[in-house]
Design a protein around this ligand. Structure first.
Ligand code: GNR
Ligand code: NI
Length: 172
């Protein structure tokens, strides 16, 4: 297993639309394991493959990791089959948009279909943090970041803050 570095916005690779996985084989499982290790190392609760520079439709997640438990979840080729009209607002952050948190409104309840780590088809009904996080990760598969859901002013402030942090890092 290996920790892979997470791409930081405005890296253009984060805007790539990811392509479906044709077969969940050993190579894909190795990528999944690297993604889980990279997510845990970065203290995130989710990670899309494109965030480590691989534009494939793969997501890993562990919503329990803050509690020191291990409940890894894997979603390959996920599709949202239904989303509620009811919306909910969550304060979101992103490993690719460090140190920026803001409220995003999304459907409160969703149904999804995906392949698991064994390539087996699964269906899921989700709400709460799971629904929000899955939608956040599925946005990554379309090249969309949570700051793209904010007002233009807030998005440009976030991008300015990222550019400033990058500059500081380069001169450090
Ligand atoms: O670690 C993460 N926390 C988080 C909090 C609220 C809503 C979404 C997330 S996902 C984020 C990790 C990440 O960037 N995944 O793409
Ligand atoms: Ni993210």
């Amino acid at each position: 297993m290996a920790i892979r570095p997470v791409l930081i916005a405005p890296d253009p690779r984060l805007k790539t639309v990811s392509t479906p996985v044709e077969k969940v084989d050993g190579e894909v499982r190795k990528l999944i394991d690297d993604m889980l290790e990279s997510m845990y190392a970065a203290d995130g609760i989710g990670l899309a493959a494109v965030q480590v520079g691989v534009p494939k439709r793969i997501i890993v997640m562990d919503l329990a990791q803050k509690e020191g438990k291990n409940e890894p979840r894997v979603f390959v080729n996920p599709v949202i089959t239904w989303a509620s009209e009811e919306l909910v607002t969550f304060e979101e952050g992103c490993l690719s948009v460090p140190e920026i948190w803001d409220e995003v409104e999304r459907p409160a309840h969703i149904r999804a279909e995906y392949l698991d780590r064994d390539g087996k088809k699964q269906v899921l009904k989700a709400d709460g943090l799971l629904a929000t996080c899955l939608q956040h990760e599925m946005d990554h598969l379309e090249g969309v970041l949570f700051i793209d859901h904010l007002s233009r002013l807030k998005r440009s402030m976030a991008l300015k803050k990222l550019a400033k942090a990058k500059k500081l890092k380069e001169t450090a």
